[in-house]
Design a protein around this ligand. Structure first.
Ligand SMILES: CC(C)(COP(=O)(O)OP(=O)(O)OC[C@H]1O[C@@H](n2cnc3c(N)ncnc32)[C@H](O)[C@@H]1OP(=O)(O)O)[C@@H](O)C(=O)NCCC(=O)NCCS
Length: 161
């Protein structure tokens, strides 16, 4: 799919992507935006442990997002309490080009079942726009502990039927 001049594609994650993923997840500003990230950005041991676990879980789907043939971030889908969830993270220098919206549309074409759930901290307006662009609707608010904020926050939960 071509978005704002970028050709956006999903592909499987390779071991050789992990350096790029680690650099992506080491962006403190972006991690704070997510709020729920339980690992300290830049903690390689925590990163390696987490990524080994999520890559080996057969319930998970994880893709590298490429824009114009270069690493632009990743998208994933996982089960939480039996509900299928989606998430995504784009390199900061590429924000605002429609890459996350395009990638999520591609992810949804890969996932057969519905409903699918997506959630964000209340103030992650960019991520909320990405979900709305993909057809998700606002469902409810949950009070959730956010490690990056060291506080309970309102989590806005969206649903796609
Ligand atoms: C949230 C994130 C994925 C958005 O990626 P992106 O590629 O910039 O998103 P898009 O370009 O597809 O933008 C989608 C919409 O959000 C809007 N948007 C993007 N960032 C925004 C922000 N910080 N505040 C308000 N709106 C924003 C865009 O203007 C666009 O609006 P439109 O559809 O009305 O034109 C990106 O900022 C990111 O990776 N953040 C860190 C990780 C993260 O928060 N992941 C989601 C966890 S819930």
């Amino acid at each position: 799919m071509t978005v704002l001049g970028s050709d956006v594609r999903l592909r499987p994650v390779l071991d050789s992507d992990l350096e790029d993923v680690f650099a992506l997840e080491s962006d403190v500003l972006a991690a704070d935006m997510i709020a729920f990230l339980p690992r300290e950005p830049g903690d390689r041991t925590a990163f390696d442990t987490h990524w080994a676990r999520i890559r080996s879980d057969p319930d998970n789907r994880i893709w590298v997002i490429e824009a114009d043939g270069r690493f632009a971030g990743y998208a994933l889908s996982f089960l939480m309490n039996g509900d299928r969830q989606v998430g995504y993270w784009i390199e900061r220098e590429l924000w605002g080009r429609g890459i996350a919206s395009s990638a999520l549309a591609a992810v949804l074409r890969e996932l057969p079942g519905r409903p699918i759930w997506g959630s964000t901290v209340w103030d992650n307006l960019g991520s909320q726009r990405v979900l709305l662009n993909a057809g998700f609707v606002f469902d409810h608010v949950e009070r959730t502990q956010a490690p990056r904020r060291k506080a309970e926050v309102d989590e806005h939960v969206f649903r796609l039927d």
